[in-house]
Write a protein that binds this ligand. Sequence first.
Ligand code: BES
Ligand code: MN
Ligand code: MN
Length: 456
Amino acid sequence: MQDIKTYVEQHKQRFLDELFVLLRFPSISADPKYKGDVLKTADFVAEKLKEAGADNVEVAATAGYPIVYGEKIIDPSKPTVLVYGHYDVQPPDPLELWETPPFEPTIRDEKIYARGACDDKGQFYMHVKAFELMLRTESLPCNIKFMIEGEEEVGSDNLGTFVIANKERLKADVVLISDTAMISLDSPSLETGLRGLSYLEVEVTGPNRDLHSGVYGGAVANPATILCQMIASLHDQNNHIVIPGFYDDVQSLSEEERLLLNSAPFDEEEYKEDLQISEVWGEQGYTTIERTGIRPTLEVNGIWGGYIGEGAKTVLPSKANAKISMRLVPNQKSEKITELFQKHFETIAPKSVKVKVTPHHGGEPVVTPTDSVAFQAAQKAIEESFGKKPVITRGGGSIPIVALFEKELEIKTVLLGFGLDSDNLHSPNEKYDLANYYKGIETIPLFFKHFAQLSR
Ligand code: BES
Ligand code: MN
Ligand code: MN
């Protein structure tokens, strides 16, 4: 531990400078305008892996953005850790809400502000630096493989093909991912679940063209009004989702499991204060922790239609649209839920409009094991570096490839996340605490140490 701390202390500034370079690339996978920047980011990541000491580094082409691979095999008889992360980021909009530009990383109050600071550049880069540290201090006790992709934020469409084509190369005993959150540095925690996702877009069409709202309004269905009515009807008065069959496969937890989950530190007043809301919301009969961890949800991510420019225009729009996502929990299946949604949405559409439902990406929920050697190693690593046992939680977000790794490679994952829920992932002013960045770099080598020891 002392060696680790000393090394981090000596190289602190460089670790930060390098992360800043990484954060300056606008690697927005969703927007084709940034294609060149996304590709340059992949090259930079490969360069840094090489510099840190990785062998066989490759920027592997896919039908979309490349996957950066690198490895260090110290002894084939030793256990192997596969580190996964993503170098792409979410679009930064709305830009005007950023206090400092999203791709000019800035430190305020001991926090790094930038798009990707936490999700996931700041977090996967900790692994590159921890790897460097283990090599330079001759303490790498396992084989290590890196797989850093560039399409996580758009659904990892091409990762499946890569994984299936590279089963031998990706062979490992555990997948290690830092792309989730912990409660706080005072209450370190480990997430043991990720929700699945069904994402789709709906379009409601009324008349064949935009109409004068005085001449036609009141006599022709307004698709924006109809869309709002249809969306509003998807939850009942208890905020249950009314899509028939939606909850059929939902795994329920035992009373003990629920009690344990709810014993995690959570301050509802602080939560409300942080978000400036006077009331929480959600499915009746469940706590906030349960609503985001073990229950499925349905959200409108965006909704548009008609005139939204400056001033007023009196118009009855021809179309209205929304992007809708559902978060899924074990044992719901993304494809089935998408079908149930589609069927229901078409059924509830009044004859006055036409609806079109277009599925986007999806992903399956997972619960990671807590009785594995790898999970115990993570617990020990946290305990050693934080001086406290981690609280076990379930995360609300999704990383669809975790289920894919289980299915295709038969490898389980450990989610060793160092972000905070309040880090503004996908929002303006995304941040990552310097303390979490350095703590992560210190904790990762301890995971490797304990994993090697416990695997013997
Ligand atoms: N790192 C997040 C997922 C996450 C965030 C998990 C916080 C747990 C806690 C990841 O980059 C992400 O944003 N995933 C997307 C899904 C993807 C298919 C676009 C998500 O959860 O919306
Ligand atoms: Mn992420
Ligand atoms: Mn994300």
